[in-house]
Design a protein around this ligand. Sequence first.
Ligand SMILES: Cc1cc2nc3c(=O)[nH]c(=O)nc-3n(C[C@H](O)[C@H](O)[C@H](O)COP(=O)(O)OP(=O)(O)OC[C@H]3O[C@@H](n4cnc5c(N)ncnc54)[C@H](O)[C@@H]3O)c2cc1C
Length: 398
Amino acid sequence: MEPTMEKDKKELLINLEGIFKSCEERAAHYDANNLFFQEDFEELKGAGYLLIAVPEEFGGYGMLMDECETLTRKLAYHAAPTALALNMHIYWTGLIADLYRQGDKSIQWVLEEAGRGKVFAAGHGESGNDIPVLYSTCKAEKVEGGYSFTGHKMFGSLTPVWDYLGFHGQDNSDSENPTIIHAFLPRDTQNFEIKKTWDNVMGMRATRSDDTILNDVMIQDKYIVRKVPAGFNGIDGFVLGIFSWALIGFGNIYFGLAKRVVDMVLETLHKKKSISLGRPSMAYHPGIQRDVADMVLELEAIEPHLDTIAREWSQGKAYGAAWGIKIFAAKCHAVEAAWRVVDKAMDVMGGYGISRNSGFERLFRDARLGRIHPSNTYITREVIAKGMLGLDLDYQPR
Ligand SMILES: Cc1cc2nc3c(=O)[nH]c(=O)nc-3n(C[C@H](O)[C@H](O)[C@H](O)COP(=O)(O)OP(=O)(O)OC[C@H]3O[C@@H](n4cnc5c(N)ncnc54)[C@H](O)[C@@H]3O)c2cc1C
């Protein structure tokens, strides 16, 4: 007989197909009105999407990274901002599930809470810090029973709905050995405020990635999940897991978006006419055909790259320190190639593409943001080059 969970998983996947399409129908409305994807969130949560990476023993579907990324990519095809914001929750649960399966049960409570329906967001972005997670402008000070944090976190996707904000601060009390303190902020904590900064941003508006300001916020020891050296030297399994799940997720989101754009182009081209072509549509134009082929060539290369990395991570391939290069390269390749696809699509779509009604203009704006997500274009090249050249990534000045 088929195990129950396998059956449930099949049901989930069937349900999600329909919900993803509903998300697509709402996407333009959220974008035009600067709204959080509340209805998407409720439907997806109700169907079990937020449980995909949570192990079965905590009420989830126990999917490994490769399966989760397939779903992330599918959702992004229909509603990229929704997929992007929920990627923050998926990445926390996914990486902590990996640690749990490897025998590290120290953060098991996150999986228990996620199984009960709690939502986890990410508070790593800080202005003036191009290497978030490994360094922090947020001050962490040891106090009786925990740590106090003071700092300004930006780009907090899922702001309207998170129950816990996973974030980090830096303890500089030993100036020779600064330490990064990773913690979770429960929503009912005192001394933090949300600053609405997300209205009318260029793209990915429905993520509602507002700022969070921490003003001497006391976090109890039970919510302090890691203390590691600042910098690249502090990359343990937990920190590597953040990078891996977050960045491979970003790559899949912008890839899903680019796939959607190519499908839109293919559909539109048959309706695009030319008075002088003597053919039924612009689909017959050799220049256009070349651009279409170039777009498809990009897609054909991104997909196996992302799939390989997600599969190898899921199988526990022993790349050791080279994992950093693998993860950064996959994310960078995916978002840069996805952008080339979407940028070329603007040429092919022509004037119609810039009108709101086309739906393309919104996807164009969303797609451009892939390259500024960490790791951005500059730090990616720095990590790959220094890593391959055997240089010390922590050496100062950079
Ligand atoms: C759609 C999207 C969603 C994201 N979601 C998350 C998330 O959920 N969690 C997370 O941790 N990170 C998230 N990231 C943020 C990411 O981690 C980066 O921090 C972000 O891409 C910007 O990094 P930066 O160093 O380029 O920003 P910076 O350019 O250093 O900072 C941008 C912010 O700093 C201020 N600022 C900086 N310089 C100036 C200036 N000269 N004048 C005035 N104001 C200034 C602005 O207010 C602006 O909001 C998200 C990014 C995107 C694009």
